[in-house]
Design a binder for this molecule. Structure first.
Ligand code: PEP
Ligand code: MG
Length: 907
């Protein structure tokens, strides 16, 4: 057995790792190695692998015995490349320690910079740089980060809100700034910084009861341990849960030579995207700060400068671009941008530092982008010949389409809107709601079903759950690459950052702007696409179909084999779904005509039927109801022509329709010529203890055949009349909640009888239709070979199938699901994502067995899962013919189906 290798060095034009080693080296480490191999200037360093992290957690937070020697050897290489030694009093090498998981988790884990500064190395660095201010500034930053990350958080020290060591030191820094009348940190002088560092250390010793370490190696290993510990920090864990990142991936740790963007006028630091991450524009886009460290840009503490002239905006037009301030470096950076895009063939998110006029790349990774940008970048790169059409289709996440189809602020109304501030357009679309000032309040409001706007001075990673819960995010500070912007963009959430005119007081919970004040509960409207903040509520409209989107979807459609239908039961929904690309209706729930607008009369007749005590009275009521049912079905069949429409026979337990109100009961009793007492008795008879497993679905049709007969007649007559009018229509009659073949035979006999009657009435030989069943009871899936003998198609009703498989009531799961997710008993809500291990097995078995007796059995799904990307992939994998989902999710399902075909080709 070969020894496990735990450390991978990079730098000086080569590396032991590569970009395809992300699982082992993390995204950051793998790409640093790749850049080194490409000859791009990267400060030398080394990566401790994710296996070290796994080992660390498996062995009581300790390291593999071989690690230290490997790290020492790697450090020796770094020293050789950089020409400095770690801990050397004369010319010390300083290093950073940063996390780097397989997929990026922006700001969720810890970083420590300037490691290696201590009383022994400070004088040497001062002598070497001739810049004591720089050295003491670096030192106070090290102390602030280290005490927070290593000595407090990683050590598990619990502190009250606002009482953390970092905040205490921050306040001391603010006091010095204030006392000296400095506008920014950069104005504090060397002596003050030196003095501050000493006072910091004293405070740390007092508060944390431990001295700040003065030994470079101790600092290094403290930093490394803190990064590994931060993998299981609260923020990282909650981010992983939201993003679905497995806990056992672990993080890598990158130890890298420090380069400094804060060494004076010739130094700078910045972050950039190779294309615009909000719009997808093919223009180099980014932000930089002169004489600063990288964290200053990301933290949104200062308003950063634009990278170039072409991408200036209203907020930063007056600030100098890197293109004009350092043209030579900018050109070099631009070349690297082109090189990286060509090499990775995708938009990159990069970090760089310029130290004394010399450019260093600190990171490159695939850039997070809005749905709009994802679409535009994919289509542009396809046109540029950089990627294939399959790659282009894979570049847009199905969930991102949601955002493209999302509402925007009505531009007409916006013209007259009460504009109170402008900020940067960090996340697209529109959002409106009451404002809240804390993440907790946003989470609470979401629980109550309220859409709120989270308003913060700036957001930090601790706000992530609140940001998720809010419908929109607004901050007064920060740039397009600030934490808030990055996270919101990743989610496609409406977000405005850097609205500097807002004075946000988180304690008083007020926003002051131009002499006006808004408090908690006041409503604002955000236009996240343009960065505009309005007082009050403005109307929203759906984003118009853009031609790019249509082209993109056409490519996806040309690839997929799975058909996509919709669940719709009104002509309006059906029309909508066709616009979204539905190829038929997979579920028309007939009962929906008894809910909502215009339902009064049919509902009354249905109630009459339900409360009728005899078959005769029931038939009379059904005859009255018939024209309404036929009219409804006909209208939808007509809209859908020439596409197939699956019409399901009545499903819900009848008691759901029993009138509860006194007036309604009175009216009904009168119409039925019975006493109110009698009516009440009948209602009581209909009561069930477990209605979801009670008298519903096909069971209704078995006990009251006249109900099914009326519906089948309505379907066949509607279809025939439309056919006779020259329309192609394809009705599919579907029986719900079936468990046994005999149930289907019972209903089939009745359907055949009605078919013969309708044919006789209209003097035709036959009316084209299909007869099929839902599979939503485990027994049906398990006996599918039998069931398929009596039906031409199956449609998996995964809502009920999940309910029956888990024994979780689909209506009551809200009571315990959050705990199940929190405690990791369930990875996701099984009513949203098909549980492949259970429901999935039933589906697979059902299809195999069904097709064993009827090879051309048509199979689809019409449960909620039909519009959820990973479930769509599963439907593709098990050989379904179609999925059916709500109209809005049709494009999502189309794209998911195309991606499934690219990943798992199927004939
Ligand atoms: C199902 O159970 O998955 C289904 C589509 O039927 P309903 O949701 O109407 O019970
Ligand atoms: Mg069902």
């Amino acid at each position: 057995m070969t020894e496990t290798k735990y450390v991978y060095p990079f730098g000086g034009g080569s590396a032991e790792g590569r970009s395809d080693m992300k699982n082992l080296l993390g995204g950051k480490g793998a790409n640093l190695a790749e850049m080194a191999n490409l000859g791009i200037p990267v400060p030398a360093g080394f990566t401790l692998t994710t296996e070290v992290c796994t080992y660390y957690y498996d062995h009581g937070r300790s390291y593999p015995p071989a690690l230290e020697a490997e790290a020492n050897a790697a450090m020796a290489k770094v020293e050789q490349i950089m020409g400095k030694r770690f801990g050397d009093p004369a010319d010390p090498l300083l290093v950073s320690v940063r996390s780097g998981a397989r997929s990026s988790m922006p700001g969720m884990m810890e970083t420590v910079l300037n490691i290696g500064l201590c009383s022994a190395t400070i004088p040497g660095l001062i002598a070497k740089t001739g810049n004591p201010r720089f050295v003491y500034d670096a030192y106070r930053r090290l102390i602030m980060m280290y005490s927070d990350v290593v000595m407090e958080k990683a050590a598990g020290v619990e502190v009250a809100e606002g009482r953390g060591i970092r905040q205490q030191l921050d306040r001391m820094l603010e006091e010095v700034k204030h006392a000296r009348g400095c506008a920014s940190d950069a104005e504090i002088g060397a002596d003050d910084l030196k003095d501050l560092a000493e006072r910091f250390k004293a405070t740390i010793r007092k508060v944390l009861r431990k001295p700040f370490p003065d030994d470079p190696r101790e600092q290094l290993w403290g930093g490394i341990g803190a990064v590994f510990a931060s993998w299981n920090g609260k923020r990282a864990v909650s981010y992983r849960r939201i993003e679905g990142i497995p806990d056992d991936w672990g993080t890598a740790v990158n130890v890298q030579a420090m380069v400094f963007g804060n060494m004076g006028g010739g130094s700078a630091t910045g972050v950039a995207f190779t294309r615009n991450p909000a719009t997808g524009d093919n223009r180099f886009y980014g932000e930089w700060l002169a004489n600063a460290q990288g964290e200053d840009v990301v933290a949104g503490i200062r308003t950063p400068n634009p990278l170039n002239e072409a991408t200036k905006n209203e907020q930063n037009a007056h600030l100098p671009s890197l293109e004009t301030a350092m043209p030579e470096v900018y050109r070099q950076l631009h070349d690297i941008r082109d090189h990286l895009e060509r090499h990775f063939t995708d938009m990159q998110d990069i970090e760089f530092t310029i130290q004394d006029g010399r450019l260093w790349m600190l990171q490159t990774r695939i850039g997070k982008r809005t749905g709009t940008a994802a679409l535009n970048v994919a289509m542009d790169m396809l046109a540029e010949g950089m990627i294939s059409k399959e790659t282009a289709v894979l570049r847009v996440k199905p969930e991102q389409l949601d955002e493209l189809l999302h509402p925007i602020v009505d531009p007409a109304a916006e013209k007259g809107g009460d504009l109170i501030a402008k900020g940067l357009p960090a996340g697209p679309g529109g959002a409106r709601g009451q404002v809240v000032f804390t993440a907790e309040a946003a989470v609470q409001a979401a629980k109550e079903g309220k859409g709120v706007l989270l308003v913060r001075e700036e957001t930090n990673p601790e706000d992530v759950e609140g940001m998720r819960a809010a419908v929109g995010i607004l901050t007064a500070r920060g740039g397009m690459t600030s934490h808030a912007a990055l996270v919101a963009r990743g989610w496609g959430k409406c977000c405005i950052v850097g609205a500097g005119a807002l004075d946000i007081d988180a304690v008083a919970r007020t926003i002051s702007v131009n002499g006006r004040t808004f408090g908690e509960g006041d409503v604002l409207t955000l236009n996240g696409t343009r960065g505009l903040v309005y007082a009050g509520e403005l109307p929203m409209i759906d984003a118009t179909e853009n031609p790019r989107f249509v082209d993109f979807m056409r490519i996806a459609d040309s690839i997929r084999v799975l058909k996509v239908r919709t669940n719709a039961d009104t002509p309006a929904d059906a029309r909508n779904a066709i616009e979204f690309g539905a190829e038929g209706i997979g579920l028309f729930r007939t009962e929906h005509m008894f809910y909502g607008k215009g339902s009064e009369e049919p509902l009354f007749l249905l109630r009459k039927m339900i409360m009728a005590g005899t078959e005769k009275k029931r038939r009379a009521a059904l005859n009255e109801l018939f024209p309404f049912v036929k009219r409804d079905i006909k209208a939808t069949l007509e809209v859908m022509s020439p596409r197939p429409v699956t019409i399901r026979l009545l499903d819900p337990p009848l008691h759901e329709f029993v009138p509860q109100g006194k007036e309604e009961r009175k009216k009904l009793a009168k119409a039925l010529h019975v006493s109110q007492k009698k009516l009440a008795e009948r209602a009581a008879e209909l009561h069930e203890s477990n209605p979801m497993m009670g008298h519903r679905g096909v069971r209704l049709g078995v006990t009251f055949p006249e109900i099914s007969e009326m519906q089948v007649r309505a379907i066949l007559e509607a279809a025939l009349e439309l056919r006779q009018a020259g329309l192609e229509v394809f009705p599919e009659i579907m029986v719900p909640v079936t468990g046994m073949k005999a149930e289907l035979d019972n209903q089939l006999a009745l359907a055949k009888k009605v078919h013969a009657e309708v044919c006789a009435k209209y003097r035709v030989d036959s009316i084209e239709h299909l007869y099929g069943t839902m599979i939503e009871i485990p027994r049906a899936a398990l006996t599918a070979d039998e069931i398929a003998k009596s039906t031409q198609f199956f449609s998996f009703g995964t809502n009920d199938l999940t309910q029956m498989t888990f024994g979780f009531s689909r209506d009551d799961i809200g009571g315990f699901l959050p705990d199940y997710l929190d405690k990791k008993i369930l990875p996701v809500d099984p009513f949203q994502v098909i549980d492949r291990d259970s429901v999935g097995v039933l589906i697979r078995t059902g299809i195999e067995r069904g097709r064993s007796t009827r090879p051309n059995l048509k199979v689809g799904i019409c449960g909620e899962h039909g519009g959820e990307p990973s479930s769509v992939e599963f439907c593709h994998l098990v050989g379904m013919d179609y999925v059916s989902c709500s109209p809005f999710r049709v494009p999502i399902a189309r794209l998911a189906a195309a991606q499934a075909q690219i990943r798992y080709p199927r004939k």
